[in-house]
Design a protein around this ligand. Structure first.
Ligand SMILES: Nc1ncnc2c1ncn2[C@@H]1O[C@H](COP(=O)(O)OP(=O)(O)O)[C@@H](O)[C@H]1O
Ligand SMILES: [Mg+2]
Length: 241
């Protein structure tokens, strides 16, 4: 049976989005089904972060955003989160002065205290480095550990969709590979849909189903992640790699 339009988890059809009088994004349309992965690639300044901000109510957007059939456009960020979308922002967004445990609990504020406490235990076991540092400030973690903390915090909300903004930013290649392996495994284990924006095309395409490429706020190409992965011309033209 083919999926009808309404069975899509996320349906985005934006005429424009941005911060002021001059829009950053133009004609951004894509869909994402439950449990699937979409990666948005593009060079610095292409509009990747702005796309995620438009979805989570953090910048102005004109057009339509539907999530599990419900319209989201115009809703404030906290109401969008309640629909089951968690956002791991660029630069991670962990709170440096709070402990690792407190950072995790911030992700569970929409859930009962008992459920949230149980999930904190799960994440401490899953990422033992976080468990060892539970009572210490997040500022003492390495960059990779902070990224894992930010990801675990997003999953604390038991979301249906996680938005990840450049999870590789500032991390050494080996650490980046570990972070992507964790994202891949968690998404699979929980059946969570993922929307990842990245400049690191190879790693992101390797765990995605579909991909689109942004240039100057417009979609310039899209397709199956495996097809883009093998397209050297495309990588050179739009991604500089
Ligand atoms: N808060 C802001 N106010 C005005 N312009 C912004 C703001 N943030 C980003 N921009 C502009 O929007 C464009 C896209 O930025 P961004 O979405 O951050 O790109 P990317 O994440 O792909 O690097 C850039 O030209 C940038 O200068
Ligand atoms: Mg960005």
């Amino acid at each position: 049976m083919s999926l009808t339009a309404d069975s899509r988890l996320l349906q985005v059809d934006l005429r424009s989005a941005g911060y002021g009088a001059v829009p950053v994004l133009h004609d951004i349309a894509f869909d994402l089904d439950e449990g699937r992965r979409l990666v948005i690639l593009g060079a610095n300044g292409a509009g990747k972060t702005t796309t995620l901000r438009a979805l989570t109510g953090l910048c102005a957007a004109q057009g339509s955003i539907r999530f599990a059939g419900a319209p989201l456009q115009g809703l404030p960020a906290h109401r969008i989160a309640r629909h089951g979308i968690a956002h791991v922002p660029q630069g991670r967004g962990t709170v440096p002065d709070l402990t690792v445990r407190e950072n995790l609990l911030l992700g569970g504020t929409l859930r009962s205290p008992r459920e949230a406490a149980a999930d904190v235990g799960f994440w401490m076991d899953r990422f033992p480095r976080l468990g060892e540092r539970a009572a210490r400030p997040a500022s003492g973690l390495s960059g990779g550990e902070q990224q894992l903390l930010a990801i675990a915090r997003a999953f604390m909300a038991r979301p249906r969709l996680v938005l990840l903004d450049e999870p590789s930013l500032g991390l050494a290649p080996k650490v980046t590979a570990e972070v992507f392996a964790a994202i891949d495994e968690l998404g699979r284990a929980r059946g969570t849909a993922l929307l990842i924006v990245e400049q690191n095309a190879a790693l992101a395409l390797a765990i995605a189903d579909t991909a689109l490429v942004l240039e100057s706020g417009r979609i310039v190409t899209r397709g199956a992640a495996a097809d883009l992965q093998g397209d050297d011309d495309l990588r050179r033209a739009y991604l500089g790699v």
